[in-house]
Design a protein. Structure first.
Length: 260
């Protein structure tokens, strides 16, 4: 299927590896030119070169922390102030229990996983509206629909972003701009490895055993892949998805047990 986005320009955040890289990879495969961002300069440069080599698209790598104002300014400068597609993504806050967190912990989580994507939406969506076409995909978490106790900081911040998108997406859809959220379950990424390690330590078992336990809780019996996730992201960014507005789409292998 031709997704109709060849020659568009996209910003993909936290794109040196994991789900962000999966999204960048899928978009590059559709002929989309990219500005990609991550904090680590070396892995980001390697990812950019890989995408250029395999797909023949323009890829600009901008190293910096997208959750800071300075990091966002660098990325927006590299874009020339405009993009057709925005994929918001940032690493989640650390796990813990509700008794562990104070005000500063919540402020940091909200800054990273709510206010930073909102800032990029506010910076780029007006231009999309003027041109009559745009796509925004926010990578959030299945915890938005089914809160995970040890990820209370993430539950809170990502739920806030979800509320913002619910209202804003309906206000901009008439100008050809769609905003939607992708809610990953457990995917085979560094984040999953770290969470498995934490669960293993708490339970006194190996990381392999912790992973096997979690895989058993997923109806498909395995972790998701970055390629699967990227493909859904690319579809939401496509010309074919112009009637999908303000949705929260689970990619969780059936783990969240909901009727609606």
């Amino acid at each position: 299927m031709d997704l109709g986005i060849r020659g568009k320009k996209a910003l993909v955040c936290a794109a040196s590896k994991g789900l962000g890289f999966g999204c960048a990879e899928a978009l590059a495969g559709e002929g989309v030119d990219l500005v990609i961002n991550a904090r680590g300069e070396g892995p980001l440069a390697a990812a950019a070169e890989d995408l250029r080599t395999r797909f023949g698209v323009e890829v600009t790598a901008v190293a910096g922390d997208i959750t800071t104002e300075a990091g966002r300014e660098k990325v927006l400068e590299a874009l020339g102030g405009s993009a057709d597609i925005l994929v918001n993504n940032a690493g989640g806050p650390p796990p813990g229990m509700w008794t562990d967190w104070g005000r500063d912990d919540f402020i940091a989580a909200v800054d990273a996983n709510m206010l930073s994507p909102i800032a990029l939406i506010q910076a780029l969506v007006p231009g999309m509206m003027e041109r009559g076409w745009g796509r925004v995909v926010n990578i959030t978490s299945m915890a938005v629909k089914a809160p995970i106790p040890v990820l209370g900081l993430s539950n809170s911040a990502r739920a806030g972003l979800t509320g913002f998108v619910a209202g804003t997406s309906r206000q901009v859809a008439g100008r050809g701009v769609t905003i939607n959220n992708l809610l990953p379950g457990v995917h085979d990424t560094d984040r999953a490895v770290a969470l498995d390690a934490g669960a293993a330590k708490a339970a006194g078992i190996s990381s392999e055993q912790a992973r096997a336990r979690r895989e058993a809780s997923i109806p498909v019996g395995r972790y998701g892949t970055r390629e699967e996730f990227g493909a859904m992201c690319a579809f939401l960014c496509s010309d074919k998805a112009g009637f999908i507005v303000g949705q929260n789409i689970l990619l969780d292998g059936g783990q969240v047990n909901l009727t609606l």
